[in-house]
Write a new protein. Structure first.
Length: 177
């Protein structure tokens, strides 16, 4: 059965969409992002889906997209920040190599900034929302993770190095092959 080389999970701003393509390049495999797949299939952006259909409808689309991706992709696969909220998804992830990219509240807040691209952080107090989100999800990220990499003090390329080390993969040497 096909399985991604690595599935990336973590909160908004942990760097799944940034680190994923770099990791895929280093491993010489394809990169897929569940959020991008959902947007392509729906023909709408995630904020549009949240606004017009609501979060539960988005989570249903996400559950189906991730189940499909886990069975089909063989490269690096980044999930949306809330994909692990679904019990079915967590059960599927038990069969896969999953890397939890962790980030602290200050670093995560700084990276997500005032962007409107993340409807789960919209509202009057994004700091409190982000803190609650981290606290509620931390045990869930950890429950599915094969490896955990702290991204706070690492640049994206350093996160890739740490992920490769955690997976026991040696990075291909530049210029070889
Ligand atoms: N290790 C890092 N150091 C500094 N900045 C980073 C790091 N990783 C990501 N960033 C920056 O943080 C922002 C958010 O990163 P990214 O979109 O990859 O997060 P994400 O985990 O995919 O979030 P989401 O769950 O919302 O999709 C981007 O501007 C990115 O450039
Ligand atoms: O953390 C979350 O719940 C989300 C993160 C993004 O990746 C998107 O999947 C969406 O904005 C929801
Ligand atoms: Mg992302």
């Amino acid at each position: 059965m096909t399985s991604p080389r690595a599935v990336l999970v973590g909160p908004p701003g942990s760097g799944k969409s940034t680190v994923g393509p770099l990791l895929a390049e280093r491993l010489g495999v394809d990169f897929r992002d569940a959020d991008a797949d959902i947007e392509a299939a729906a023909g709408r952006s995630i904020p549009e889906i949240f606004t017009s259909d609501g979060e539960p409808a988005f989570r249903e689309l996400e559950k189906r997209a991730v189940a499909d991706g886990l069975g089909r992709y063989d490269g690096v696969y980044s999930l949306g920040g809330g994909a692990i909220l679904a019990e079915e998804t967590r059960a599927l992830l038990a069969e896969h190599t999953v890397v939890f990219l962790s980030v602290s509240m200050p670093a995560g807040m700084q990276r997500t900034g005032m962007s409107t691209a993340r409807p789960v952080l919209a509202g009057v107090n994004p700091r409190a929302t982000y803190k609650q989100l981290l606290e509620a999800r931390l045990p869930l990220y950890r429950s599915v993770a094969t490896a955990e990499v702290d991204t706070d003090e690492r640049r994206p390329d350093e996160v890739v190095d740490a992920v490769l080390a955690a997976l026991g993969e040696k990075a291909p040497v530049e210029g070889s092959s």
